[in-house]
Design a protein around this ligand. Structure first.
Ligand code: MG
Length: 99
């Protein structure tokens, strides 16, 4: 996770984009990217969504990458670790929804 965060920071810094990366802007960008991911599945049947063509799967992978980049950047902007956040939330969910 730290390596990915460092790679993203390097990419952003080299382009002088950090000034655009307030948590608010990053949260909005994350939502846009999740919408782009959702758009791929719009109007697909259940079966089509489970068996995408190679081209569609490649597009899905790109959008998952965008989502991951913005999620990671948002967390980093608030000094949060997304993996720790996920584990903490999973523990809360285990208490809320016992097996
Ligand atoms: Mg995208």
């Amino acid at each position: 996770m730290e390596k990915l965060q460092a790679e993203i920071t390097s990419f952003v810094t080299k382009r002088n984009w950090r000034k655009f990366h307030s948590p608010k802007n990053l949260a909005m960008a994350l939502t846009v990217e999740t919408a782009e991911l959702l758009e791929i599945f719009q109007w697909m049947t259940e079966q089509e969504s489970s068996q995408p063509t190679r081209e569609v799967l490649s597009h899905i992978e790109e959008e998952i990458g965008d989502v991951m980049i913005y999620l990671t950047t948002l967390a980093d902007s608030l000094n949060l670790n997304p993996l720790d956040a996920a584990r903490r939330k999973l523990r809360l969910n285990e208490e809320k929804y016992p097996a």
